[in-house]
Design a protein around this ligand. Structure first.
Ligand code: NAI
Length: 708
């Protein structure tokens, strides 16, 4: 083996048999940090200056090629030289051929690095992509200019606008050689080097390829320009991605690069880019729980039981079957069990009909599911998740029974959405093994899992559940015990204000329009109709003592439910629905109910501005988030953001409610809360008192992200 001529922390270089081998090894993902950029430039320059090297081979010693930019550098750009485009320029202008060996994923800057090389080799199982759009930006190191020079315009647009990873096999223009699998890469590279040498050491800079805008390409860009806003509703960066790719066709390469840089900076300066980058880190930070015992070890989860085969139980069970973990489901009666299992089977069959699963996969998953009516069958499970009726007495009975039959070390979890987990834990002799696993509906689809820590829950149980969330492909966020935990506790003011605004004269469609324009997938009234207006009604019924001081509290919703208007499932709620349709149709009789209730309560109806609607619905939700932070129910504001984006469809381009508040400025949020507190009569006094944490941070000129 040739000796290493460069052997730094991130790059090695050796030269033998005419080949300079540059290998990147900046663990864990070859992020293109300053150190790696310097390392690459130095190694390339060394190879260019050394006569023994005729060809340069750029490869990775890690299982992937490179995951792209080091995003942590985005927040401090004071010491960025050399920038990635400078590195790529050196490679592209090299007078010796450079071959990129794309052994594993190459994303963002990683793919741009490969595109600046003269030849590329990969294997057929690999995927590459330009996911910058997910961070609110666009590829800024020539990706938008080089990729279109190698693939059809549509492929380049799709990759850059959607950010989706693309199989290498669909990118034959990018890869000169695609071997069958990764083990064949080494031979492939040797053959490639020989060919390059034999054919006269030609360098083939991508920048020298000419691009022409023919009629069909013009039509394609028109189609994208018109369609992108509707397809990527509310997002800023996708439109700029289209502009950047178009520049590749309209401008010479060097000018195209400049245009790309301008468009990149325009994206980078938006609050959306800040929000999406914040969210990228928020999601990763959610899995790091501080303060857990270092010696606590996650337990093995090899078999799971689910109690209750209803709406949630069925979806929860599917999560485990989907990843190969056997599940036994327990119901009181055989009919309920059969019904639950048959719903799961038909869900899987529907996925098979849509081509998402093969018949064999359906069978494998169903084979992992079994049912019982006998608690004795749960003696060997490692984890039980209870999803029975939301009633404390029933839950206690179930946990008492589990305590008797489950083996020592089994984790006993509840999917309760509102009940006191500590009280449930007390009905067992092992409260340290009890935890909340709060799935969101539909449980087999929604990515969020609130992991609820009881006062006695042990650290290894928490560690197990955080790890488990990942293995069932959920995003787990640790929260504390309170009514509604984080997500549902914060949604309460959101729904309350929406209802109150209707009483004051807003229409459901106005409120819903304001919230969808903000970026929510649907407004509160459409959401209420979809979930069933009766669900909220039952929650209110169980909490009348807490809301009795406000006679206006959701009264219109109460009247609608009392009239049997429970939502989509019966064709009428806050809206009307035609049979088989989910399209909400405004109903004047709902406004009539609101008018009558307003008269009864002495509330004068008026025209309400969109801005007031937005503030009155979102600011109390944020204010509740502040209380949640202060009480330690959530440990960091970014956890709340993760819960809201994954559990409630809060627009990721706002970063989540707490990041949104930070962008608006906590002083403004506090002032507006105070304004409604002082100027909105009894209702303002009841519900708009600024949280003391909000006051404190606003006074100090700080943001929620500063609160630890
Ligand atoms: P569901 O009514 O659809 O299902 C409950 C199932 O539990 C029924 O099949 C019932 O036969 C069974 N069951 C009742 N008592 C039992 C017992 N003692 N032993 C065994 N099985 C028993 O209810 P759903 O919606 O699935 O809710 C279950 C739990 O999940 C509740 O605690 C609820 O608050 C919570 N949850 C519900 C969400 C939703 O959107 N539906 C969202 C998140 C949590």
């Amino acid at each position: 083996m040739a000796p290493n001529l460069i052997d730094s922390e991130v790059v090695t270089l050796s030269i033998s048999d005419n080949v300079a081998k540059i290998a990147l090894h900046s663990a864990p993902v070859n992020a293109l940090s300053k150190a790696l950029r310097v390392g690459i430039i130095d190694a390339v320059k060394y190879a260019l200056a050394n006569d023994a090297a005729k060809v340069i081979v750029l490869s990775s010693q890690l299982p992937l090629f490179s995951a792209g930019a080091d995003i942590s550098e985005f927040s401090d750009t004071s010491d960025m030289q050399p920038m990635l485009p400078d590195v790529l320029d050196v490679i592209e202008r090299a007078n010796k051929p450079v071959i990129a060996v794309v052994n594993g994923n190459a994303f963002g800057g990683g793919l741009e690095l490969a595109l600046s090389c003269h030849y590329r080799i990969s294997h057929s199982k690999n995927k590459v992509g330009l996911p910058e759009v997910h961070l609110g930006i666009l590829p800024g190191a020539g990706g938008t200019q080089r990729l279109p020079r190698l693939v059809e315009a549509k492929t380049a647009l799709d990759m850059i606008v959607t950010g989706a990873p693309t199989p290498v096999t669909r990118l034959r223009g990018v890869f000169d050689v695609i071997v069958d699998d990764v083990t064949q890469l080494e031979n492939g590279v040797t053959e490639m080097v020989d060919k390059v040498i034999q054919s006269g050491l030609e360098t083939k800079p991508v920048c020298e390829i000419d691009l022409n805008m023919d009629d069909s390409t013009i039509a394609l860009f028109e189609q994208y320009e018109q369609g992108v806003a509707a397809k990527t509703k509310g997002f800023f960066a996708p439109g700029h991605c289209v502009k950047a790719v178009k520049a590749a066709y309209e401008l010479p390469f060097a000018e195209g690069l400049k245009r790309e840089a301008e468009l990149f900076m325009e994206c980078m300066k938006t609050s959306q880019a800040r929000a999406q980058q914040h969210f990228f880190f928020a999601e990763r930070a959610a899995s790091h729980v501080e303060g857990l015992s270092r010696t606590a070890q996650a337990r093995d989860i090899k078999k799971v039981a689910v109690i209750g085969a209803g709406t949630m139980g069925g979806g929860i069970a599917m999560n485990f079957a989907n990843v190969g973990i056997p599940v036994v489901m327990l119901e009181m009666k055989q009919e309920a069990l059969d019904k639950g299992l048959s719903i799961i089977a038909s869900n899987y069959q529907n996925s098979a009909k849509k081509g998402k699963l093969t018949q064999q996969q359906v069978e494998e998953r169903m084979a992992l599911l079994s049912g019982t009516t006998d608690y004795g069958d749960l003696s060997d499970v490692d984890l039980v998740i209870e999803a029975v009726f939301e009633k404390m007495s029933v839950k206690k009975e179930v946990f008492g029974a589990l305590d008797k039959v489950c083996k020592q070390g089994a984790i006993l979890a509840s999917n309760t959405s509102t009940l006191d987990l500590n009280e449930i834990a007390q009905s067992t002799s092992r409260p340290e093994d009890v935890i909340g696993l709060h799935f969101f509906s539909p449980a087999n689809v929604m990515k969020l899992l609130e992991i609820v820590r009881g006062e006695k829950t042990s650290d290894d149980v928490i560690k197990t559940c955080m790890k488990l969330a990942k293995s069932i492909r959920k995003v787990g966020v640790l929260v504390g015990v309170c009514f509604g935990f984080v997500g549902n506790r914060m949604i309460e003011p959101y729904g309350r204000e929406a209802n109150r605004l209707m009483l004051e004269g807003a229409t459901p469609e106005q409120v819903d329009r304001v919230l969808t324009k903000f970026g929510m997938p649907m407004g509160p009234f459409t959401m209420g109709d979809m979930a069933g207006q009766d669900i909220g009604y039952f929650v209110r019924e169980s909490r009348r003592e807490f809301i009795a001081h406000d006679p206006s509290y959701c009264v219109v919703a109460d009247r609608l439910v009392e009239q049997g208007r429970v939502g989509l499932k019966c064709g009428k709620g806050a809206y009307l629905y035609e049979k088989g349709s989910r399209k909400p149709i405004p109903d004047p009789s709902v406004l009539e109910v609101a008018k009558q209730e307003a008269e009864r309560l002495g509330i004068e109806q008026r025209e309400i501005s969109d801005q007031e609607i937005l503030e009155r619905i979102l600011y109390p939700l944020i204010n509740e988030g502040a209380d949640i932070l202060q009480e330690g129910i959530a440990t960091k504001s970014s956890d709340i953001d993760v819960i809201y984006v994954y559990g409630y469809g809060f627009p990721v381009f706002r970063g989540g409610p707490m990041k949104y508040a930070d962008e608006v400025g906590l002083k403004t949020i506090r002032e507006r809360m105070q304004f409604y507190y002082e100027n909105h009569g009894e209702h303002g006094k009841n519900w708009f008192k600024p949280s003391s944490l909000l006051e404190e941070l606003a006074n100090k000129g700080k943001s929620f992200s500063d609160f630890k």
